[in-house]
Write a protein that binds this ligand. Structure first.
Ligand SMILES: [Zn+2]
Length: 852
């Protein structure tokens, strides 16, 4: 029965993915050949079984001829989703062999005329020889000739599918995946898809008879306790040989990937080489996170030259220690990338190929779900203790000043008004005011306050209005309340904000499995900002095992210039980076900053990306020359922050200190060159929704994700936040990016403005799961991504997602920690490796380690 089944599913998906796209006739050909060869292989298997010495070669040829006759009669591409031709095809070819087949849809042979381009599972899926038959059986069930189920046709299976509700449900889920991603052809009904899916899953589950009896399929799966990664169904769809033009296009992509490798900071010695974790039990809590022991000053000498700090071994040596690409080189490379992603010829060359790869990848993922969803679910069920609630998930993108929800802030304000009415909290219009007086001046009492009056939630008025969204940070529309409750550099030295932050921390700790990376501002208006922030952190004892910090720099040069706070862009760079170098060279000079920096894992750039800006040229004025009234372009900010952080990190690494990765907001709105600049320089980005507008750049973000050689790039996406600001929820590319295999995580951005419940991160997952019909496996995979993207320590990551987490593919997955089945991880890894080989024309060198 097998040919029926996989043809049906392939056909449904085939129709889904390809029928509508008229330009894919070539691919039709390839897939038809695959179908045909797959069926031949079945027949080969069946015919050779029991007489292994026979040469299958000539049989396959004659069968092939028969098959193509049948196809010519009954099977034209336009009629693919129609079930009737399949009956004809099976009747013509399946014959008496049908009784021997099972869930094997491993179509790994190459159709005539198409050379083998990628063979990741070679050896494991070979069909020749005794040995290989056994191997095939190890991930495709052994064939049971007696099996009564196996002799049933696909249509009988469909007839029976009502019997088993859970299987039908799974199939429905798969069908909804297809719908969500818009890949259903107009003429394929949901019924057809789900019937195909359920029959495939069904046949697959039922085939597991090891002891001559027919056990309950699900129980059999659980009882068998086979390593589940060996029992999933693979599908290799061969790709075409690239033409010489396409080879040129691939070389352009290779160049871009190599550029990224050259730019992005990477530690010379990986954390797992420095610190081997033999006991992955809970790491001991840091009992004195803010202890500072004087450690003396190193000889390093540094100077700010043309906007970038240069470090020398000492005052007298003129040879710099950690050279970084200069601005001209960066803007030249940026223009090169922009040319690649925008050039007409690149688009023509690359577009078709990318769309094809994309379609195949989507097809493979949907097929993977159809064939393996039940296996994934079973694997999850059999992982003791673990489920979505107790896998670690990190909120990878959340602004500290909006980290509490509105109800929490309201309760806090009310309690302060009740308990500390006479605290002098602000200096306004020449007088000091107590908290009570502030509320009197606003004509408000504690009783009046409610969430609606607080008015911090995003609403219709904020869509496409970043300015209005920002005003929502003012409780009751009053900037003085923002200053009192949400600022750390106010008259009460941020005591209230410190207290509410501690409450948020203890909520997180109570949830145990939720972590957050809070983004807190440094503005670059004065050098003392760093020490002020660090002392606020230390004095309020703001430390939690569940929390690390990112620094966010609002891109507001033009405002400060207008206000006369700075004279050139160089002032801002000095204010941001000089204290960091001072604290690194001589920790005793800024002891609080030094201990705080141990908790700072990333650096962010924030502001409205949709503001119009001039595209930077290759030769930009230096930061000291930037004295005009205009804000520099996004990529200008990116370069100078990147270059200084790169040098800083090199210096810190050489002194055995922690490093700080660049993880800016990018691609939330605005020009596509934001995403090109961050592709070259950044560890990961927040948002990235504009990648939907550039297939080439999106493909680069896909490729540059996992390998130590190509460096992980993560997307911390916040669809609910986008829904309030820039993009309706139902148009968010998150589900498509996830399906395509980009390294995406879910994050909250601004719980104060957006979320309603006490657990904003779970709320974010919950809404995504409902709207996009994500399975438990999907949610756990996203949670696992979030740990990878985060800046938590090697010891914590080992504890949270497994001690081998830094290994690529299934070797790095521990289902007992992540609740992600190996087959999901292996599937992602296989597809990614295939595409890397495609782009590198079979010469990609892929490391076994990822960069977390
Ligand atoms: Zn944000």
């Amino acid at each position: 029965m097998e040919p029926n089944i996989y043809q049906l599913a392939l056909a449904a998906l085939f129709g889904a993915s390809f029928v509508a796209v008229s330009g894919f006739f070539m691919h039709f050909k390839a897939l038809n050949l695959v179908l045909e060869r797959g069926r031949e292989k079945k027949d080969n298997n069946n015919n050779t079984e029991g007489r292994e010495g026979d040469s299958p070669q000539h049989q396959s040829q004659s069968l092939s001829r028969r098959r193509s006759q049948v196809r010519r009669k009954g099977l034209s591409p336009a009629s693919l989703p129609d079930a009737t031709p399949f009956t004809a095809a099976t009747d013509g070819g399946g014959g008496g062999d049908a009784g021997r087949t099972n869930g094997h849809v491993c179509v790994d042979e190459i159709p005539p005329g198409l050379p083998r381009l990628h063979t990741p599972s070679e050896g494991r899926s070979s069909v020749h020889g005794t040995n290989s038959i056994r191997k095939t059986g190890s991930f495709v069930r052994p064939i049971s000739p007696k099996s009564p189920v196996a002799s049933a046709s696909a249509f009988e299976s469909m007839g029976e599918s009502d019997d088993d509700d859970n299987l039908t449900d799974t199939a429905g889920l798969d069908a909804s995946y297809l719908q969500t991603n818009g890949d259903l052809p107009a003429d394929a009904t949901e019924e057809q898809i789900s019937m195909a899916a359920s029959s495939m899953i069904r046949s697959h589950s039922v085939s597991g008879d090891l002891h001559g009896v027919q056990p309950d399929p699900i129980a059999a799966d659980i009882l068998r306790k086979e390593p589940e990664q060996e029992t999933f169904v693979r599908l290799n769809v061969p790709l075409e040989v690239p033409t010489s033009d396409e080879v040129e296009a691939y070389k352009c992509l290779q160049e871009c990937l190599e550029l990224r490798k050259r730019y992005v900071f990477q530690e010379t010695v990986a954390p797992w080489e420095k610190e081997v974790i033999s006991d992955p039990s809970t790491p001991k809590p840091n009992l004195e996170p803010f202890a500072h022991y004087p450690q003396g000053k190193s000889d390093h000498h540094f100077e700010m030259l043309d906007g970038v700090v240069h470090v020398f071994p000492n005052k007298d040596v003129k040879e710099e220690l950690f050279p970084v690409a200069d601005a001209t080189a960066f803007f030249t490379d940026l223009h090169h990338v922009l040319k690649v992603i925008a050039a007409g010829n690149m688009r023509t060359l690359c577009h078709r190929r990318l769309v094809l790869l994309e379609q195949v990848r989507v097809l493979k993922f949907n097929l993977h779900l159809m064939l393996n969803a039940d296996k994934e679910f079973l694997a999850q069920k059999s992982a003791p203790h673990r489920d979505f609630y107790n896998v670690r998930k990190v909120d990878t993108h959340v602004h500290h000043s909006a980290c509490m929800n509105q109800k929490h802030l309201l309760r806090f304000i009310k309690s302060k008004l009740r308990k500390e009415p006479d605290e002098v909290v602000i200096f306004r219009d020449g007088t000091y005011l107590t908290l009570k007086e502030v509320f009197e001046s606003l004509d408000l009492t504690g009783y009046d306050l409610n969430v609606d009056l607080l008015d911090v939630h995003a609403d219709k008025s904020t869509f496409h209005r970043f300015d209005k969204f920002n005003l929502k940070y003012n409780p009751c529309g009053q900037s003085r309340l923002r200053e009192i409750f949400l600022k750390q550099d106010n008259l009460i030295q941020g005591r209230f904000l410190g207290e509410i932050t501690k409450q948020v921390f203890s909520d997180l700790e109570a949830s145990k499995y939720q972590m957050a990376e809070y983004r807190i501002s440094i503005y670059g208006r004065k050098m003392s900002e760093w020490d002020q922030l660090a002392s606020w952190i230390v004095n309020n004892d703001l430390y939690s095992e569940n929390v690390v910090w990112l620094i966010q720099l609002p891109r507001l040069y033009n405002i400060y210039k207008d206000m006369g706070i700075v004279t050139s862009f160089q002032n801002i760079l000095d204010n941001i980076f000089i204290p960091l170098f001072e604290a690194t060279v001589d920790p005793d000079s800024h002891p609080q900053l030094h201990v705080f920096l141990k908790q700072v894992v990333g650096f962010d750039l924030v502001d409205d990306e949709s503001k119009p800006e001039r595209r930077p040229t290759k030769h930009m004025p230096t930061p000291a020359q930037w004295t005009n009234a205009f804000n520099p372009a996004f990529s200008y900010y990116v370069y100078y922050c990147y270059a200084n952080l790169y040098v800083l990190n090199k210096l810190r690494e050489s002194k055995g200190m922690t490093t700080i990765t660049l993880r800016p907001h990018s691609g939330e709105a605005g020009d596509i060159d934001h995403l090109a600049a961050t592709f070259l320089t950044c560890h990961s980005i927040a948002h990235g929704i504009n990648l939907r507008k550039s297939p080439v750049l999106q493909y680069l973000y896909y490729l540059a994700q996992v390998c130590r050689d190509s460096l992980l790039i993560g997307l911390a996406m916040s669809p609910l936040s986008n829904n309030s600001l820039f993009l309706d929820y139902h148009r968010n590319p998150f589900p498509v990016f996830f399906l395509r295999g980009l390294n995406v995580s879910l994050s909250t951005d601004d719980p104060l403005q957006i979320h309603l419940t006490k657990e904003p991160l779970v709320e974010e997952y919950s809404i995504a799961a409902s709207v996009w019909k994500l399975s438990s496996c999907d949610l756990c995979e996203i949670a696992r991504n979030s740990v990878y993207q985060s800046g938590f320590s090697h010891a914590l990551k080992s504890h949270w997602i497994g001690k081998d987490y830094y290994k690529r593919g299934p070797d790095g997955n521990d289902i007992h920690k992540t609740n992600v089945p190996h087959i999901r991880v292996e599937f992602r890894d296989t597809i990614w490796k295939e595409e890397m080989q495609q782009v590198y024309l079979g010469k990609a060198v892929i490391s076994d380690e990822v960069v977390p």
